[in-house]
Design a protein around this ligand. Structure first.
Ligand code: FES
Length: 123
């Protein structure tokens, strides 16, 4: 059976445990729409009331998506203007590119957190 009891005080189970990294406050994200994650090639995005975390380099030819635009649930790349669905990372039909990698994200109070080791959808 189990070697030790499970406790809600276990750091690995807390939202602020070791897998989660604080990024910015929600007010800043709402004001800026796209925020680069310090020290990592990742972005957090404010999208129609949702917070999304994704890789910063475009999977097509590695343009900086931090310079892109968000509209109608899509992230538009600044280089070739292809766009990614922020629900699942899929690129505009017809583009020879893997999907955009998405990462787990959560908001606790006013703080935005990412789980940089986890992945959602994509490659
Ligand atoms: S580099 Fe982003 S669509 Fe080509």
């Amino acid at each position: 059976m189990c070697g030790r009891p499970i406790s809600v005080d276990d750091p690995a189970l807390r939202p602020d445990g070791p897998a989660w990294i604080p990024v910015c406050d929600l007010g800043r994200l709402k004001a800026e729409t796209i925020v680069r994650v310090a020290g990592r090639d990742m972005l957090v995005i404010w999208n129609e009331g949702d917070v999304i975390a994704c890789e910063r380099a475009c999977p097509h030819e590695q343009a900086d998506l931090g310079l892109g635009q968000v509209a109608a649930g899509r992230l538009y790349c600044p280089r070739h203007a292809a766009s990614f669905d922020l629900r699942d990372g899929t690129i505009t039909s017809g583009w020879p590119s893997p999907p955009l990698r998405l990462y787990p994200v959560k908001v606790a109070g006013e703080q935005v957190w990412i789980a940089a080791r986890g992945r959602q959808a994509g490659r």
